[in-house]
Design a protein. Structure first.
Lengths: 277, 161
């Protein structure tokens, strides 16, 4: 039995969920997959007074082709992102990122909206979403709004979300047919949080790069790279410079993480260029 | 404040009134007496608490019991009725010394079931990926991996998965 006492709500409509969250915003938490939140509650480091589960709210787990982008519901679980044919065809780097999150059992339960809202600096989706210039769709009892992923992440586990807002979905631009993309990461063992990770989307010689893991919030850069050693080195150096806020923890010092950000940014760009259609 | 839930566990329907502070693993162990799922780390790392939730393995230490109302759960107890009637995966673990202390074994067996349903002929590498969410502190994994490969052979030879 958990030591934290909370009220539990399992609303079956979005309006109801948002109203509950608004009412309980002081001390309440939204629960989706719970793969980060429940361990924190088990450890006693998080003590919510109310939990509003989204797991029984219909309509949050859709995944559709919306023309130039994919629309992915916040409650879509990692194993679906990993294997869905639409994601694999149009945003393969997002499927790649999903496939290396934690382990099979966590991927069965954890959700993309939960990961984005939690905003762990090492979360695999984050550099991908900034590289693709995805849009985060938010909703609260007072309405909806959109925030670009590039502006959504504010600091370590801090986002643009208000206390009574949830991530209802993401709009993820497709990688153009003639483009290529890649996601790469460094972790101590499979399933560990990334020490450094990078996502790249290449169209022609223009590369949109997202770097995560090493920094409090994902870094985005646009670089030009023709695939030559000199251009790759220059792009990797730009990524290194952009990671001046690199932080250290048990998995690696700030210096090491920043050095690895350079290495993995280079690899992501190289692989994205090689994957061009 | 207790909450009502309705769950099917190992094909038996239960209507329960529970404290929302119960995680799924404690519901199974303490309320239903199914002690096969173990509490190892309580942080979603070790996989000793693995159960199947609507046909997919999950970590039951990190899921609220109140949040799975309406779901169907299979625990290790649901795989066989007695020691004389082991599931082929369990049999393969016995024959290949795939367990020492046994603490991680229920999770390993359920992860094997998940793997073989999707891939009945896994390579050793695929086996190791499939159990990356199950930590064993005894065997160094070698016999576990051998057991899973042997289980795959049994299943391919026609034993029901």
């Amino acid at each position: 039995m958990l030591s934290t006492d909370f009220q539990f709500f399992a609303p079956t409509a979005l309006d109801e969920a948002l109203a509950l969250l608004h009412e309980h915003q002081d001390g309440g938490k939204v629960l989706s997959g719970g793969m980060s939140m429940m361990p924190a509650i088990n450890l006693g480091v998080l003590r919510p007074t109310a939990i509003v589960s989204l797991n029984h709210v219909p309509g949050l787990d859709g995944l559709e082709d919306a023309g130039d982008h994919l629309r992915i519901g916040g409650l879509v679980r990692h194993h679906v992102v990993q294997s869905d044919p639409l994601v694999r065809a149009h945003a393969p780097l997002l499927a790649q990122a999903a496939s290396v999150i934690a382990d099979v059992q966590v991927r069965h339960r954890g959700t993309i909206g939960g990961s984005v809202a939690h905003a762990d600096p090492s979360a695999d989706y984050l550099p991908v979403l900034v590289a693709l210039d995805a849009t985060v769709e938010l909703a609260s009892a007072s309405g909806t709004r959109d925030v670009r992923a590039r502006e959504f992440f504010v600091d370590v586990m801090m986002t643009a979300l208000a206390l009574d807002e949830i991530v209802v979905g993401l709009r993820v631009p497709k990688v153009p047919a003639e483009g290529g993309s890649a996601y790469v990461r460094l972790a101590r063992v499979e399933g560990s949080f990334a020490i450094a990770c990078a996502a790249a989307v290449a169209v022609g010689d223009r590369v949109s790069l997202g770097v995560g893991g090493a920094v409090p919030t994902p870094v985005h850069l646009d670089v030009t790279c023709d695939g030559s050693e000199a251009s790759l080195d220059a792009a990797a150096e730009a990524a290194f410079q952009a990671c001046e806020d690199a932080y250290g923890d048990l998995n690696g010092s700030a210096e090491y993480r920043r050095a690895m950000a350079r290495v993995y940014a280079r690899r992501a760009i190289q692989q994205a260029l090689a994957a061009r259609g | 404040m207790k909450v009502p839930i309705s769950v099917t566990v190992n094909e038996r329907q239960h209507e329960l009134l529970i404290d929302p502070r119960l995680t799924l693993v404690y519901l199974l162990r303490e309320n239903l007496g199914l002690t096969g799922a173990h509490v190892g780390c309580a942080t979603g790392n070790c996989g000793a608490c693995a159960v199947r939730l609507d046909g997919r393995t999950v970590k039951s230490c990190s899921i609220l019991a109140a949040d799975v109302s309406g779901s169907s759960i299979t625990t290790i107890e649901g795989l066989s009725s007695s020691a004389r009637d082991l599931h082929p995966i369990q049999q393969a673990f016995v024959e290949n010394q795939g367990l020492q202390c046994g603490f991680c074994t229920p999770g390993m067996v359920l992860s094997t079931l998940q793997l073989l349903e999707q891939n009945p002929d896994p390579t050793e590498d695929e086996v190791r990926h499939a159990i990356s969410g199950n930590l064993c502190r005894c065997t160094g994994y070698q016999f576990v991996v051998q057991s899973i490969l042997a289980a795959a052979e049994k299943v391919r030879a026609g034993a029901p998965a």
